[in-house]
Design a protein around this ligand. Structure first.
Ligand SMILES: Cc1cc2nc3c(=O)[nH]c(=O)nc-3n(C[C@H](O)[C@H](O)[C@H](O)COP(=O)(O)OP(=O)(O)OC[C@H]3O[C@@H](n4cnc5c(N)ncnc54)[C@H](O)[C@@H]3O)c2cc1C
Length: 397
């Protein structure tokens, strides 16, 4: 049985919030125009987003959206978070920027739902205030798709755990002050699998905890990504999130929101790429007429538009059903797939219609094209999510 809060009145019928969401979307877009767009290429080249941006986003009331006021958030739900994200993408935020700035969105939910008051005070509140940065570390060098097989161990020793292992591809892991880390607390040989996983908060500076490598990537350039290692790291028992061995269900519960979030990235960058491409096709002339005067070009733009709308409607509907308390694990997988297929097609066509300009470093559609490639992999590869949906929908043998 899920422990998540259900919005009064349900997401789809909660019309009172509509004006509030419009205002949030506008504020978020304005924030990007003012604080992000003028610097984004510089941050892409630096391979990092400045800490000050987190503080600025918090002051603007953006960082804590969808987190309860009880834990230092701004209140609201997943639909508010979607309104905010759509506004940011519309104004030119990149998927990498959103991953870096909102890593708290994947590092904190377990703590705010199941962590002690002390963990909330030490990690959730300062992160939502833009004073700390947190990461979520599940994936290991040996594999990311099969969460049940993680090998990083945490062995109880007095009032602490001793952690050994490694994590890779960790978003914001270079800058993170703390990492919500999936560890194996159940006996590894006798009980491998879902049952023996826990979540521990491990702080930067703990002896034996190191950022081993800063990873360079095809896209998401301004989002720092790290490989982490843990050698005999002592972590206080007080840093355990929820009950021992409850980590897998905590991770699975939050995956739904993470997948919907990545789906918003997908149709968000697709919608932005479409807007940029439509403007370019009006302006750019070939053979003595604007590109948009060609029927084949117009039809391409319409197909891009159609795919963005299909993805947006599916994802928003899935999110509204989630907020209303429905079980949407399968639909979240399929909505993500629909949105990432849309981004794959639309971002590719955006580069195509920009011609050589679209292939140039620094052109916005080129960035979205590269950023789009992580979306069918991160937060669950499409094949894995399709298989999960098959089981949940009763199409498995
Ligand atoms: C930029 C970036 C940021 C990330 N951020 C984080 C983060 O913050 N925290 C975190 O914990 N992880 C993070 N990840 C890890 C991400 O979630 C994993 O990469 C993803 O889950 C896939 O795991 P893997 O890379 O180990 O691929 P593998 O599990 O090795 O799978 C490789 C490929 O095989 C295919 N495949 C796998 N299993 C099956 C199957 N059963 N059937 C059919 N095909 C299959 C899929 O195509 C898959 O892409 C990030 C990754 C990247 C690249």
């Amino acid at each position: 049985m899920s422990s998540r809060p259900v919005a009064a009145g349900g997401g789809r019928t909660d019309l009172d919030r509509l004006d509030q969401r419009r205002a949030l979307r506008a504020t978020a877009a304005e924030f990007v125009r003012r604080e992000v767009a003028p610097h984004l290429q510089e941050w892409e080249d630096a391979r990092s987003v400045p800490r000050e941006l987190h503080a600025a986003a918090a002051r603007q009331g953006l960082l804590g959206v969808s987190f309860s006021e009880d834990v230092g958030g701004e209140g609201g739900d997943l639909l508010d978070s979607i309104a905010l994200q759509e506004g940011m993408f519309e104004a030119g935020a990149s998927s990498g920027l959103m991953a870096a700035l909102f890593t708290g969105g994947i590092a904190l939910p377990h703590l705010s739902a199941n962590g002690s008051a002390e963990l909330v005070d030490r990690f959730v509140r300062p992160t939502l205030a833009g004073e700390k940065i947190g990461s979520l570390a599940v994936t290991e060098p040996g594999g990311g798709s099969d969460v049940a097989r993680i090998r990083t161990t945490a062995v109880r020793d007095g009032d602490g755990y001793v952690v050994n292992g490694a994590k890779t591809f960790i978003t914001s892991g270079v800058r993170a002050d703390f990492v919500t880390t999936a560890v194996r607390t159940g006996p590894h040989d006798t009980a491998p699998g879902h049952s023996g996983i826990s979540l521990l908060v491990i702080e930067k500076g703990a002896p034996g905890f190191r950022v081993d490598r800063v990873l360079t990537k095809m896209g998401w350039h301004c989002s720092d990504t790290a490989e982490l290692s843990f050698v005999d790291v002592r972590v206080p028992v007080a840093n355990l999130v929820g009950a021992e061995n409850s980590g897998f269900s905590q991770i699975a519960e939050q995956f739904v929101v993470e997948r919907i979030g990545l789906a918003v990235h997908a149709y968000g960058i697709a919608a932005r790429s479409l807007a940029l491409t439509a403007a370019y096709c009006r302006e750019r002339e070939t053979f003595g007429k604007p590109l948009i005067a060609n029927q084949v070009v117009r039809h391409k733009l319409v197909e891009m538009h159609r795919q963005v709308w299909v993805a947006r409607c599916y994802v928003r509907d899935t999110a509204a059903r989630y907020v209303a308390g429905e079980e949407v694990t399968a639909e979240a997988c399929l909505a993500k797939q629909t949105a990432v297929d849309c981004a794959t097609y639309v971002c590719d066509q955006a580069v195509q219609l920009h011609g050589g300009t679209g292939y140039m470093h620094g052109t916005e559609v080129e960035r979205h094209y590269r950023d789009a490639r992580i979306l069918p992999i991160g937060g669950g590869a499409t094949e894995v999510l399709t298989d999960l949906a098959a089981r949940l929908l009763g199409y498995a043998s």
